[in-house]
Design a protein around this ligand. Structure first.
Ligand SMILES: CC(C)(COP(=O)(O)OP(=O)(O)OC[C@H]1O[C@@H](n2cnc3c(N)ncnc32)[C@H](O)[C@@H]1OP(=O)(O)O)[C@@H](O)C(=O)NCCC(=O)NCCS
Length: 175
C-alpha cells in the first residue's frame, strides 16, 4: 500500500479490466496481443495491478529473461499502463517500485526497460549500451534502452538479452 494505492499480483478474474486498460492508455498502439501472451507465460512473468479506491487502474508486467553468456537472472519491464483519468497519482510508480522489490527478493540482478528516460530515471534506470535488446533499435530509440541494477554488484552485464516468445516480434522494438 502507498497512500490509497494497493499493488498486488493480477488474478485471472482481472483479465477484462486489464484488457480495457490498454486501449485507453495506448490509443495508437495495440499491446493486447502481447499482454495476453505474457499473461499465459506463467511463473516467468510477474503481472501486477494497481488499485486505487478499490478500482483496478494500472497494470505492469515484468518478464524473466536472460543475457546470453551470463548466469544472471534478469527481467524486462513492460508494458506499463495506467488509466488516463488516474495518471499522475503515483500508481505507475507504486507498481514499478513494488515489482522491483519483488524481483530483488527473487534474486533478479538487473531489470531492463525500453521507455522514456524522463520517466524511468526516477527509479534509477540509466541508459545501457552493454546488453543489446533482441532486435536492433532505431537510432532515435537508443537512449530509451535502460537498465537498473538490483544487486550490490552494479557492474554492467555484457551480451544480448534473450527474451521468451511473446517478445520475439520486431514490431515491438521499433516505431
Ligand atoms: C507512463 C505511465 C505508466 C505513468 O503512470 P502514472 O501513474 O501516471 O505515473 P506516476 O503518477 O507514478 O508518475 C507521474 C510522473 O510521471 C510523469 N510521466 C508520466 N508519463 C510520462 C512519460 N510518458 N514520460 C515522462 N514522464 C512521464 C508525469 O509527468 C509525472 O511527473 P512528476 O512526478 O514530475 O509530476 C502512465 O502515464 C501511462 O500509462 N501512460 C500511457 C502509456 C505509457 O506511455 N506507458 C509507458 C510506456 S514506456
Amino acid at each position: 500500500m502507498s497512500g490509497g494505492i494497493e499493488v498486488r499480483e493480477s488474478h485471472p478474474e482481472d483479465g477484462a479490466l486489464i484488457e480495457a486498460l490498454y486501449p485507453s492508455a495506448f490509443p495508437d498502439e495495440d499491446l493486447l496481443p502481447l499482454v495476453r501472451e505474457l499473461l499465459r507465460e506463467g511463473p516467468a512473468v510477474l503481472s501486477l495491478v494497481g488499485i486505487l479506491d478499490g478500482a483496478l487502474t494500472g497494470h505492469v508486467v515484468f518478464t524473466t529473461c536472460g543475457v546470453l553468456g551470463a548466469p544472471d537472472k534478469v527481467a524486462l519491464l513492460g508494458p506499463l499502463a495506467v488509466a488516463p483519468a488516474r495518471q499522475k497519482q503515483g500508481i505507475g510508480s507504486a507498481m514499478v517500485r513494488a515489482g522491483l522489490q519483488q524481483l530483488q527478493s527473487a534474486g533478479v540482478s538487473r531489470v531492463y526497460v525500453l521507455g522514456d528516460p524522463a520517466y524511468y530515471s526516477r527509479f534509477g534506470f540509466v541508459p545501457d549500451d552493454n546488453v543489446t535488446p533482441p532486435y536492433e533499435l532505431p537510432e532515435e530509440w537508443r537512449g530509451a534502452w535502460q537498465s537498473l541494477s538490483l544487486c550490490d554488484d552494479t557492474s554492467p552485464l555484457h551480451g544480448a538479452l534473450s527474451v521468451p516468445q511473446p517478445w520475439r516480434k520486431p514490431a515491438l522494438w521499433g516505431p
